[in-house]
Design a protein. Structure first.
Length: 438
């Protein structure tokens, strides 16, 4: 229709230009009618060809055209359909790191349609209108980015639209040397953070380069849970006087809830003489995935084992998850860590993986975008480099599936407010969106 209007305007211009010449308007109008007829015939032919040559992505684009695409536009070209056991889908590359995102550790989706992305090297970036702003946001805290440490998880307060609080975990350098995982909150004003508050700093600070954790999860009472790994000192995960190998539980302002399991010394397990009041659960090696279950509202986590023995657990108050007294893994050199995979008073995982998948990031699939995956948990993997789907029936694992083999080291997986799954891979940093097929 737009082209036809342009043709009419062009012909009208010709008429105006030829008013003083010996060319009749009737001849030019005849030419105009001929061109319009050619135009409509071309439209009919193109329509037939489009129907005959349609690809899998076209029905999907039509289906989602009226959907929520507020973070990124839908693809403008055909994508290859990916088949899986329960749900076919397409993979859209929505963001590439542009040499500033190498290890995108975590994503947080703002209600104003922007996205915050932590970069492990110590920065936080923002995505606006589908484009990465290559200048890092200002006023982030000092980060001791070494080994597995750096800028780690990021999460919005459940009442973010009222209070604006953004929470981060990161490896914080100590004045005495070394570092450990810390929790802070701040506001975002334009392209800089303000009102920074350090809420918690783990102890002791160590010079080891690994097992900082860390993921954040809020429960329905706005208690904040977050993880710290064992910092490479195995036995510390069984020592309640240390913030190592634990899940911590705080109020949103950083204060300790009075009903935390070890606030009362009378609740100390046998053999423990003191406990850090912030500890909610212990005996974990290195949790890098943590989410609230959409129905039970309990906290689920996954953690890295050593060589084998990666686990999925449900985190409950006061429980001991056994590391390193029990494990299904062995040392990297092949030697035994413990002969035991079970002991009294220590929790068994819902699922364990041997060989290791090196899990990082997790998301429960909810909503109606992916009808075939509505009872699934998505887990990123660093070692085998694929997205791992765990199909659940309550607390029972009924099936597992490897998706997108070779996509890269999957660092984070999120189900965003627009209902789509987003997958972040590292080195190079790339963000993908999974678009469900019809």
């Amino acid at each position: 229709m737009l082209l036809m209007q342009k043709v009419k305007r062009y012909i009208a211009t010709l008429i105006d230009k030829h008013d003083n010449r010996l060319v009749t308007k009737s001849l030019i109008m005849l030419v105009m009618k001929f061109l319009i007829m050619v135009f409509w015939n071309l439209c009919i032919v193109c329509g037939v060809l489009a129907v005959g040559c349609s690809t899998d992505i076209e029905p999907q684009l039509e289906q989602t055209a009226n959907g929520d695409t507020r973070y990124f536009s839908m693809p403008e070209h055909n994508l290859e359909r990916v088949s899986s056991d329960r749900q076919d889908f397409y993979v859209q590359t929505v963001l590439e790191g542009q040499n500033v995102l190498n290890v995108p550790w975590a994503m947080a989706f703002l209600p104003d349609d922007r996205i915050l992305i932590t970069e492990r090297s110590g920065a936080i970036y923002i995505v606006e209108e589908g484009e990465l702003r290559t200048e890092a946001l200002r006023n982030t805290p000092e980060v001791h980015a070494h080994g597995q440490g750096g800028m780690l998880d990021i999460a919005l307060h459940p009442d973010f639209e009222e209070n604006g609080w953004i929470y981060i975990t990161y490896s914080r350098p100590s004045e005495e040397g070394g570092s450990n995982t810390a929790l802070a909150r701040m506001h975002l004003d334009g392209y800089e953070f303000t009102d920074f508050e350090l809420l918690f700093a783990g102890t002791p600070a160590l010079n080891t380069r690994h097992h900082f954790g860390s993921r954040i999860a809020f429960d329905d009472d706005n208690h904040l849970h977050f993880s710290i790994g064992d910092r490479g000192v195995m036995d510390s995960a069984q020592d309640l006087s240390s913030h190592a190998g634990v899940v911590l539980r705080l109020h949103d302002d950083g204060s300790v809830p009075a009903d935390n399991p070890f606030v009362d010394p009378a609740n100390l397990p046998e053999g423990q003489t003191e406990a850090r009041p912030e500890i909610y659960a212990y005996g974990s090696r290195n949790i890098q995935g943590m989410q609230i279950h959409p129905e039970t509202r309990e906290i689920w986590s996954h953690e890295h084992g050593p060589r084998g023995g990666d686990e999925i657990n449900i985190i409950r108050d006061g429980l001991n998850y056994g590391w390193p007294e029990i494990t299904h893994g062995i040392n990297y050199d092949g030697s035994e860590i413990t002969p035991d995979t079970a002991r009294a008073g220590m929790e068994q995982p819902l699922l364990h993986w041997t060989p290791s998948i090196a899990p990082s990031g997790m998301a429960f699939v909810t909503g109606d975008r992916y009808p075939g995956w509505t009872t699934s948990l998505m887990v990123g993997t660093l070692a085998p480099r694929y997205l791992h789907r765990v199909e659940l029936d309550g607390e029972q694992v009924v099936a597992q599936e490897e998706l997108l083999p070779g996509i890269g080291r999957v660092r984070d997986v999120r189900l965003a407010p627009d209902g789509y799954l987003y997958v972040a891979t590292e080195n190079p940093g790339v963000i993908y969106r999974l678009i469900p097929a019809d």
